[in-house]
Design a protein around this ligand. Structure first.
Ligand SMILES: Nc1ncnc2c1ncn2[C@@H]1O[C@H](COP(=O)(O)OP(=O)(O)OP(=O)(O)O)[C@@H](O)[C@H]1O
Length: 849
């Protein structure tokens, strides 16, 4: 029967509505989905691009999506190294999605944000907490080093806090392996965190520069200010090379001081190994337990028994098989660290399963932990020197104390849970609280379960009697209960309420994310945020490949994500990270032999840099130290730099040389497994082996002849042979681009030289080139630029006010002056809120990977 007119009209309306809806979706400019992930909001912006919070569609797990340009070689570097790491204190890389122009990294979400921001709010971190957090950071670096990788850009900004307040190392954009090259030359990192040998442009041992940066991090965490930080970069460099930091006994104890002094040894060979660092008394007791667990993880992973062995994994695999998944494909993806959709989904599902397992057996896990705590070695407080002297007793006392405090947790759990308490739950990130998710539901379930358990457990103690089916309290217990409630309320209302782990286990990371703006308005920041001066091997990899291009390549931070304090810093312009290359020392030929376009860009860059050089030198040599001139110059330089970057970015050859196949996410193995020297039969010269797997494309695109630039073909042939010998190793390796350069240039010779005869004499600081020369401009400034510098007396008049002990940058001096007028020192000293990041319980759980 033909539909009536009314029905026809309704049908028409429906069709057009759904058509319009589809059309609307097609014409949306806003990004909604990437792969299996639904984008929720922007959480940050790095030099690579935007960082989004997203939800995995299949598992509803929260992840962070970090976008980078395909044209940015540091993105490749980051993916390449990051995916090899599987460690509790390193952010997990679940998946990598490659689109036409971009690379997306799905990373573990850390709602606590950066350690830098946390420190900014707290001003200083108490020693106990420092020791705990720093152990985790050192653990992460130790793990990376054990994989023969150096991070080279360790800084507060690259350490994130997860929802438990645990530290997570991230940002592997400057990482490189040291398996094939023990002594490195590329200058990279962030000036204030750079080791003296980097500043002096000596060939350096990668591991040792990380150790130095760890020293800077620890110092800054304890003091709330950086040890070497001047308005003027050159002065900062001078101080790094020549001065010792000032230690304020108000904040640091003897152990802390001793550890930092060791880490900040000017002579890299005098710096301790990370095992020694973890065993240092300052790190007690966290360091040793992390060392032990990290060792276990490394051993397990090196034996290849990483995945699909636990009961949970096997059960999950079985479930997936029953649901019709190709479990072989999943296994392959995970084992080969392909970081594809299968591996990503597996990781996220597994994490979800782990969480629900904990929720399913909360009682068991609690009691296991309690027993463990009673018998495990001591966890004395830092202040309790008694505990340190007698770890046995101290440990038991501490454990009992914790159990007692756990009881008090129980009391607080029994309090009526209001909205504020829910917000503070350590199980939930602020994002989760506001957005609502599967997790929220399960946490509620968990809370409910706990409440019920505790209710029945404690009803006898509290004298709860059932009358007519409903519980009633005896008056005594009712009083007690009231008191508990009051104490909680008063605590809650106190303006100085500490963000420490309270009855609800509040973690600092949560607090950081919760209200950074309000807090920052009250207390102005003492630290400024530093962008990585990553030039590095990256310099070889960009068409410009120099310090300056790196600087301007980094976009400004996202406005709405930058806290008030940081905006201030933004306004004054942050020092940025450096990636530089000493042309005379470098083996890198990438830039010089780059395409015509690339060369044009380079020459532009170099010319701008040379002028920058002259300007900076003249200002620095000026006896009056007129910084206004410098600023003008700098701004001009910035413009020029931007221009050269743009030209580099628009380099056609740059784009064309990056074929999709380069970005294929093939299998990954750690440089440790690629350690060719460890294989015994192969010399350093053979280390380009893996390059060939990917590199050949680059070579052909750049028009390199099969014979090396210097007519030295044999290495490549050797490498091919090696690939045949060890196909699995060769297959699994993607070598850095820098390796091309080594291959074609004289890296082998250099390594032999440095290894056989020691490091060649390094230039003295007064021979240092100005920052502009970092770009690879061969010319050196004719005048010793630092000869005139008179380092200021760097002892702080008012420690808490400055971001550094030195005169510091102008903005911080201004802040200091204002504060000297308006506030008194002791009150500021006490202003920092104390918190206890991550309990041993958290650590135990998380390390149980
Ligand atoms: N895993 C994560 N969880 C939560 N936030 C994150 C995560 N990764 C990055 N962010 C946020 O995004 C911002 C930028 O990220 P990131 O520092 O990794 O980018 P980048 O390009 O490497 O920056 P840069 O090199 O300038 O330090 C960070 O400051 C942080 O606030």
């Amino acid at each position: 029967m033909f539909p009536s007119r009314l029905e026809q009209n309704q049908l028409k309306a429906n069709i057009s509505a759904s058509y319009n809806k589809l059309y609307g979706q097609f014409s949306l400019t806003e990004l909604r989905d990437v792969g299996n992930y639904r984008i929720l909001k922007i959480v940050g912006e790095g030099s690579f691009g935007k960082v989004y919070l997203a939800s995995h569609r299949l598992t509803h797990q929260k992840v962070v999506l970090k976008m980078g340009s395909k044209n940015d070689p540091n993105v490749v570097r980051e993916v390449f190294y990051h995916r090899q790491f599987d460690y509790v204190y390193i952010t997990k890389l679940y998946e990598v999605i490659v689109t036409e122009n971009s690379v997306w990294m799905a990373l573990e979400y850390c709602p606590g944000k950066e350690l830098y921001e946390y420190l900014l709010i707290k001003k200083r971190i108490p020693l106990d907490e420092c020791s705990h957090l720093f152990s985790q950071i050192v653990g992460a670096v130790f793990y990376a080093h054990s994989m023969k990788c150096v991070h080279r850009d360790l800084k507060l900004e690259n350490i994130l806090l997860d929802k438990k307040g645990q530290a997570k190392l991230t940002d592997f954009g400057f990482t490189r392996e040291c398996a094939t090259k023990g002594i490195l030359e590329t200058v990279c990192g962030t000036t204030v965190y750079m080791a003296p040998e980097l500043i002096e442009r000596k060939p350096y041992e990668g591991y040792k520069i990380d150790t130095w940066s760890l020293g800077i991090i620890l110092y800054t965490m304890i003091h709330g200010a950086m040890p070497f930080d001047e308005e003027d970069d050159i002065k900062t460099k001078y101080r790094i090379v020549n001065n010792e930091p000032f230690y304020d006994d108000n904040f640091i104890d003897a152990n802390g001081k001793d550890l930092i002094m060791q880490l900040l040894q000017k002579d890299p060979s005098q710096r301790p190994s990370l095992t020694q660092v973890l065993q240092h008394p300052f790190m007690f007791p966290h360091g040793s337990s992390i060392l032990e667990k990290t060792d276990k993880t490394i051993k397990r992973q090196s034996q290849g028994c990483k995945h699909f062995h636990s009961k949970l994994e096997r059960r999950l695999l079985k479930k997936l098989k029953q649901s019709g998944f190709d479990t072989q494909a999943i296994k392959q993806s995970v084992n080969k660290k392909k970081c594809d959709a299968l591996a990503g989904t597996w990781q996220l599902l597994l994490e979800k399963e782990k969480r629900s397992e904990i929720l399913r057996h909360p009682k068991r896990s609690r009691s296991v932990l309690s027993v463990k705590k009673v018998f495990e070695p001591s966890l004395p407080s830092r202040k309790g020197s008694e505990d340190l002297k007698n770890p046995e007793q101290g440990g038991k006392a501490a454990s009992l104390k914790r159990i007692m405090s756990r009881k008090s947790d129980t009391v607080s759990i029994r309090q009526p849970i209001n909205a504020t308490q829910l917000k503070m739950s350590p199980q939930q990130s602020p994002a989760e609280q506001t957005e609502g998710s599967g997790n929220t539901r399960s946490n509620k379930k968990h809370n409910f379960f706990n409440k019920m358990t505790n209710f029945f457990k404690t009803k006898k103690q509290n004298g709860i009697h059932y009358q007519n089916g409903s519980p009633s309290l005896s008056s005594k217990n009712a009083d007690k209960r009231k008191r508990n409630t009051n104490s909680f309320e008063s605590n809650k209302n106190s303006p100085h309420r500490s963000p420490t782990r309270n009855g609800n286990g509040l973690m600092p990371g949560i607090d950081v994310e919760k209200k950074p703006h309000e807090k920052l308005k009250i207390e102005e920041p003492m630290l400024k945020k530093f962008k990585s001066n990553t030039s590095s091997e990256g310099s070889r990899q960009t068409s410009m490949g120099n310090y300056d291009s790196e600087l301007d390549h980094r976009p400004a931070n996202n406005e709405h994500e930058v806290p008030e304090g940081n905006k201030l810093l933004e306004q004054r312009g942050r020092p940025m990270s450096i990636l530089s290359q000493q042309s005379e020392m470098s083996n890198d030929t990438y830039n010089s032999e780059y395409s015509t376009d690339g060369n044009i860009s380079n020459s532009k860059a170099n010319s701008s840099i040379s002028s920058n050089n002259r300007n900076i030198s003249s200002v620095i040599l000026s006896p009056t130290g007129d910084l206004t001139d410098n600023q003008t110059t700098q701004s001009r330089v910035t413009t020029r730099r931007s221009m050269s970057i743009m030209s580099s970015a628009s380099s056609a050859s740059e784009r064309s040389s990056r074929t999709d196949s380069f970005y294929d996410i093939s299998t990954a193995s750690s440089p440790k497994t690629m350690d060719l020297r460890a294989m015994g039969n192969y010399s350093n010269a053979d280390t380009m082996v893996p390059r060939m797997t990917v590199g050949s494309q680059w070579l052909s695109k750049r028009g390199r002849s099969p014979v090396g630039r210097r007519g030295r073909p044999p290495k490549r042939n050797i490498s091919r042979k090696l690939m045949n010998h060890s196909s699995s190793a060769a297959q699994s390796v993607i070598q850095e681009e820098s390796s091309f350069d080594n291959e074609d240039d004289n890296s082998g010779a250099l390594i032999e030289e440095t290894e056989g005869q020691g490091i060649p004499d390094a230039p003295l600081l007064h021979d240092l080139e100005t920052p502009s020369s970092i770009s690879g401009t061969p010319s050196k400034p004719s005048t010793p630029i630092c000869a005139e510098i008179q380092p200021t007396d760097t002892r702080p008049v008012l420690f808490a006010m400055g971001r550094s002990f030195s005169g510091g940058s102008r903005w911080s001096r201004n802040l200091s002056e204002e504060r000297i007028l308006t506030s008194d020192f002791p009150s500021l000293q006490n202003a920092g809120v104390h918190s206890d990041i991550g309990s041993a319980d958290d650590e135990d759980n998380s390390l149980d990977d």
